[in-house]
Design a protein around this ligand. Structure first.
Ligand code: ZN
Length: 470
């Protein structure tokens, strides 16, 4: 089985690489991934998958399905880029192609296609061997700041999935054995009354004052929240550029993160009270506009064990000396502190690398840690047993969302990491399909983690994706 998968992916290598490079060449940001989603849908159709698009009211969300009976195995793909990250391919210095343009700073061109290769391989294997099993590829838009999967989960598109697998590009190889932070993002829009700041200050009610007082209140809240929580903010409307006018409208965007979604929800309630207090103090009004949210990721030990075994089975990634040398050039653009990102913000998770491109997978270890970041894969993991891995596609120490990550997205070593993922995910899926007891075990584990209440979407029913709130 392993050798068959390796051979299959090698045969598909050029096709898969071309799709990933096309997506890199056409970076599209959240909810606008028209060309990228179409490219993957076309490839799915060509392979004989049934494709449906426009899932959960999002034109660039889709699913490709093959097979009519047996367990549902889902591969999750992303393809959105980031703003202001235009960068030439392969050069180890910051050189935007077009200033202010988009770029694949999180490697989602590789992410979407690595998962696609796995879906193709599993489909072909089941077909050739006349085995039951339904293979799905979910095209998930707007991972960056849009929580596409959370909207899809709210709409029930993952409800009948028996096993979901995905990955993320990284500077190392390992099973995603930790949880992530849940988050909630909301706009606080203050409305006051403008007045001449010198002639009639007593008639003005400053919305900007309210934003400032809200931020002061939130700063005091920080001392009285649980350790793992985080609050970030951006003033998205300061009210104007004239100090001699009392600002009548101002807005702040707040982002709350916590280890579990109910903790983030409780902080959100307290934050709303602070906003009301700021409005009271300034004689203004506040409107709270919910933007998006995602749940914490629930790791699944049963799936992770299989993923860890499969990573070891497929073995180290065969990077060449030339590839190592190219990656070393990128490493030279980082300080020692930048490279510390290899710790991933977690005590006891110090990972060091002897060579710029990490070839070997870390052995899987069950751990009780929360990574200080968020992903909308979290919502899928509440509904269906979900497993994730990370695979080397960049020089060790390369942080996500940087021009260095963009520049490495079309290198031969990034392609190698991506194809390695297709093999590992396909092998893991087939191992679990061959032993349905494992799928049952993974489901029991999920039920225990979720508890009786089950999944409750962190995004209220009336919030639509891609709502232009700002
Ligand atoms: Zn990402």
């Amino acid at each position: 089985m392993k050798r068959w998968i390796e051979q299959y992916i090698e045969e598909k290598k050029n096709d898969l690489t071309a799709i990933s490079d096309f997506i890199w060449d056409h970076p599209e940001i959240r909810f606008e991934e028209v060309l990228s989603s179409q490219k993957i849908m076309d490839a799915l159709q060509k392979e004989g998958f049934d494709v449906q698009h426009n899932l959960a009211g999002m034109p660039t969300a889709f699913v490709g399905e093959f097979g009519t009976e047996g367990p549902v195995i889902a591969f999750l793909g992303e393809y959105d880029a980031l703003a202001d990250l235009s960068q030439e391919s392969g050069v180890a210095e910051q050189r935007p192609i077009a200033k202010g343009d988009y770029g694949h700073g999180c490697g989602h061109n590789l992410l979407g296609v690595g998962a696609l290769g796995a879906a193709f391989a599993v489909k072909a294997y089941l077909e050739q061997n006349g085995l039951p099993g339904r293979v799905r590829y979910y095209g998930c838009p707007a991972e960056e700041g849009g929580s596409g999967k959370t909207f899809m989960a709210r709409d029930g598109v993952f409800t009948d999935v028996d096993l979901a697998l995905t990955w993320h590009p990284a500077p190392m190889n390992s099973v995603w054995s930790f949880s992530t932070l849940a988050n909630i993002q909301a706009y606080f829009k203050f409305k006051g009354k403008s007045a001449h700041a010198a002639a009639a200050p007593h008639l003005g009610r400053s919305a900007l004052d309210a934003v400032e007082l809200m931020n002061v209140g939130v700063n005091y809240l920080r001392e009285h929240m649980i350790d793992g929580a985080r609050i970030h903010y951006a003033i998205t409307d300061s009210g104007g550029h004239s100090p001699n006018v009392v600002q009548s409208n101002a807005e702040v965007l707040q982002l709350i993160r916590a280890p579990r979604i109910e903790q983030a929800q409780s902080l959100y309630e307290r934050m709303t009270k602070i906003a009301e207090g700021a409005a009271l103090m300034t004689g203004t009004e506040v409107e709270v506009v919910f933007d998006k949210a995602c749940s914490n990721f629930i790791p699944n030990h049963t799936i992770n064990t299989i993923l860890g075994e499969s990573m070891a089975d497929i073995g180290p990634i065969p990077f060449t000396d030339e590839e190592q040398a190219q990656a070393r050039e990128f490493q030279a653009t980082f300080t020692k502190e930048d490279m510390g990102s290899g710790e991933m913000g977690m005590d006891g998770m110090k990972i060091s690398a002897d060579e710029p491109l990490v070839r070997k997978p870390l052995p899987y270890m069950k751990m009780d840690k929360v990574m200080p970041g968020s992903t909308d894969v979290g919502d899928v993991s509440w509904v269906a047993p979900t497993g994730q891995i990370v695979m080397t596609t960049a020089a060790f120490g390369t942080p996500l969302h940087t021009w260095q990550l963009v520049a490495q997205g079309k290198t031969s070593y990034a392609h190698k990491g991506m194809l390695q993922v297709s093999k590992v995910l396909a092998l893991s899926a087939l191992k679990m399909l061959h032993n349905e007891e494992l799928i049952a075990q993974a489901k029991t584990e999920l039920q225990e983690a979720v508890g009786e209440t089950g999944y409750v979407s962190p995004i209220p029913e009336w919030i639509k994706p891609n709502q232009k709130n700002a």
